[in-house]
Write a protein that binds this ligand. Structure first.
Ligand SMILES: Cc1cc2nc3c(=O)[nH]c(=O)nc-3n(C[C@H](O)[C@H](O)[C@H](O)COP(=O)(O)OP(=O)(O)OC[C@H]3O[C@@H](n4cnc5c(N)ncnc54)[C@H](O)[C@@H]3O)c2cc1C
Length: 393
């Protein structure tokens, strides 16, 4: 059964219909039960750091994770699936006893799932200092207003917890003290999951990636993790991203970044050279060259543009993912690259006789020339250097 579990899981989810996000295939629960009985549970919480974990080192877990990656569902089956793993680490590391009891215990038990909400639409979210979601303290509550997207796990019917990052102190002179992290029950009034984003056209059901809004969402003050202004510190720990405080990548427009300029220059060279090859497509050789070079260039340029757009570039909100798929397809539809390369290689190899004749003729001409001017000891391969003056190569 284990070998075909992925297939069964996908068959139950089905294709196309939106209720893919409402389903929770029973095979998951059956395998979870078996994994627990065999001690294959919560393997990710590292030894020496978390009392709640199975006690493996990072290296040991890394080797296991390599195996887990071979199946679509086994990480969840062993309660080692993202984003719950990172979220459990946040709770284990920074949570109060009561936060742990409310959220960590059911997560460790595999009873609920969770989401981590940092990224925002139209905000360069790889720089956490840009995050805009507003968190305002009112009496003994926090009130949240704003939008999030790419909230992985938000589509799962068992997602009960949103770990939300926002700004409690937007005017703090230190940009790294403005953010806080709150534990927000996913069904709190005012939270709307508007839609699920696609990844190159795939919905990643049932966990998915949600586009969510917060409209006067109220949670008690006890929902804060670690304290006001500690959000940056928490997400640094969770995402292990490089957030060097001195560098402000988005203090400049993207086109002012050297790396992006370089990509733009390379794209221009690629496009223009592809155009030159396309222009010359009267001969068989140039046609084969164009058929390899143009789709390859197109795919690379679109890939770079996707990267520059960030996650939006792979979603349904731009045509880029579709364009990338078309460009990739182009490397097949008009005959695969390999066939054109083979043809080009053969055409090139047919030139061997011609090139040898040219070299021979050149040698003769050179010999004649040297004789005319009375130069001795000529080695024609070195274009006229004598054996005494031949450079050491
Ligand atoms: C499948 C998927 C799942 C995700 N799950 C989650 C989730 O669960 N929770 C969540 O909060 N977010 C999630 N994200 C969002 C992800 O973390 C962001 O997309 C990522 O941090 C980049 O942010 P951005 O998309 O806003 O791009 P931006 O920050 O706008 O960056 C766009 C591009 O700018 C360039 N760039 C960025 N920094 C630099 C620099 N220092 N120098 C030069 N160029 C630079 C890069 O080319 C980059 O790709 C997910 C994304 C995907 C695709």
């Amino acid at each position: 059964m284990k070998r075909c579990a992925d297939a069964v899981f996908n068959q139950i989810l089905g294709v196309g219909p939106t209720d893919r996000f409402a389903k929770h295939p029973q095979i998951l629960e059956d395998l979870k039960q078996e994994a627990r009985e065999r001690g294959l549970w919560n393997l990710f919480l590292a030894k020496g750091h978390y009392a709640e974990g199975a006690g493996y080192s990072n290296l040991e877990y890394g080797l296991m994770a390599e195996q887990l990656g071979k199946s679509q569902i086994v990480s969840e089956v062993m309660n080692c699936a993202a984003p719950d793993t990172g979220n459990m680490e946040v709770l284990a590391k920074y949570g109060t006893q009561s936060q742990k009891q409310q959220w960590l215990a059911p997560l460790l038990d595999g009873k609920i799932r969770s989401a981590f909400l940092m990224t925002e639409p139209n905000i360069a979210s790889s720089d956490a200092t840009n995050i805009q979601l507003q968190i305002v303290r009112e009496g003994n509550e926090y009130v949240l207003n704003g939008s999030k997207w790419w909230s992985s796990g938000a589509g799962d019917p068992r997602c009960e917890l949103d770990i939300v990052m926002g700004k409690t102190d937007p005017s703090n002179p230190s940009p790294h003290k403005q953010q806080s992290v709150l534990l927000v029950p996913a069904r709190t009034p005012g939270i709307t999951v508007h839609r699920m984003l696609s990844v190159f056209g795939y919905d990643d059901a049932p966990h998915g990636h949600g586009h969510i809004s917060f409209d006067n969402v109220r949670v008690p003050l006890s929902s804060i993790v670690l304290g006001e202004g500690r959000g940056f510190e928490i997400i640094q720990g969770r995402l292990a991203r490089i957030h060097e405080p001195k560098i402000k990548p988005f203090g400049k427009l993207l086109h002012e970044h050297g790396l992006v300029l370089r990509q733009a220059a390379q794209a221009r060279i690629g496009i223009d050279s592809a155009r030159l090859v396309e222009d010359a497509k009267s001969a068989l050789k140039e046609i084969a060259e164009a058929k390899v070079l143009v789709p390859d260039m197109l795919q690379r340029v679109i890939d770079d543009v996707i990267q520059i757009y960030g996650a939006e570039g792979i979603s349904q909100d731009t045509p880029l993912a579709y364009m990338w798929a078309c460009a990739r397809t182009m490397r097949m539809v008009d005959g695969p690259d390999e066939v054109h390369l083979l043809q080009l290689g053969r055409t090139e190899s047919k030139r061997i006789g011609f090139v040898q004749d040219r070299l021979e003729r050149q040698k003769q001409l050179q010999g004649e020339c040297f004789r005319k001017y009375g130069v001795e000891n000529v080695d024609p391969l070195y274009m006229g250097w004598t054996s005494q003056t031949k450079p050491k190569l």
